[in-house]
Ligand binder design. Structure first.
Ligand code: MLT
Length: 263
């Protein structure tokens, strides 16, 4: 792991392998360890960059997070530091929301876009309000209850018991996240724009990866989104919940490698 001292903060990141760069952007409220089953496999053919977003994992955030575009700006800061003009962008859930922002503002830096367990639609009023309540609660009560609630949603119901040690690892990652970053990310997600109408304009090769048991981002919604961009394909990962790279890494890696090597 390396650390880059940037204007946005101190960014802790994995950077390994040779070849075309692929940027792995984790979901909320996780860190690069979400990709632990991808790092070695993908780095046999690609240069794999997997940062902890500022404020998550081992990275330190120096500036407030007002919108999700700020994450995209910060990733560009990191890519500039690494002299990488273009990347394959692979984002999961909130990482996917950041992917839409990356395409919108930095399309020339994008080779292809992989959207995992994510949606293009904005939050409904009810969901946005619930996020603000959660942001308030974590600021006042800490992360214990929040971490338990989150893990029960992230994994497929069957995996909560079968993958108990993995579930516990994710719970610990959440508990170790900076509270203010959790609250600000919730508030930023609540005001993110609806990207559905952008999809038909994304000309880059795209891969949508859904989990057949994902209760946070249902596979059906992802399949409908995948029908909109002109160069997109759709893969559904068997038995996976919201964390398909962790829950079924073999199928996930096969889908990513098949997509990237055919480009
Ligand atoms: C994530 O995994 O990044 C979150 O579930 C995204 C969200 O809360 O919308």
């Amino acid at each position: 792991m390396k650390t880059a001292e940037l204007e946005c903060g101190s960014i802790y990141y994995h950077d390994f392998g040779q070849g075309e760069p692929i940027l792995l952007v984790h979901g909320f409220p996780l860190d690069h360890t979400q990709w632990k089953h991808q790092l070695e496999t993908l780095s046999k053919s690609f240069r794999v960059i997997a940062p902890d977003l500022a404020g998550f994992g081992g990275s330190v955030r120096l500036k407030p997070l007002e919108t999700l575009k700020i994450f995209a700006d910060e990733l560009i800061e990191l890519l500039d530091e690494l002299n990488l003009p273009k990347v394959h962008f692979c984002g999961l859930s909130m990482g996917g929301y950041i992917g839409w922002q990356f395409w919108k503002h930095y399309a020339s830096r994008l080779s292809s876009l992989i959207a995992c367990n994510t949606r293009a639609a904005a939050d409904s009023e009810t969901v946005a309000r619930a996020r603000r309540v959660t942001a308030h609660n974590v600021r006042h009560e800490g992360l214990d209850k929040f971490a338990n609630d989150m893990v029960s949603k992230l994994f497929a119901p069957e995996h909560l018991k079968q993958m108990a040690s993995q579930v516990e690892e994710v719970r610990q990652v959440i508990l170790n996240t900076n509270v203010e970053t959790v609250a600000q990310s919730l508030e930023a997600m609540a005001i993110r724009p609806d990207a559905t109408s952008w999809l038909s304009a994304i000309e880059n090769p795209m891969l949508f990866i859904a989990g057949s048991e994902d209760g946070v981002t249902p596979a059906k919604e992802m399949k409908d989104n995948a029908a909109l961009p002109p160069n997109a394909r759709y893969v559904e990962i068997d038995g996976a919940g919201h964390l398909s790279p962790l829950e079924n890494p073999a199928e996930f890696n096969e889908a990513v490698l098949a997509f990237l090597t055919e480009l």
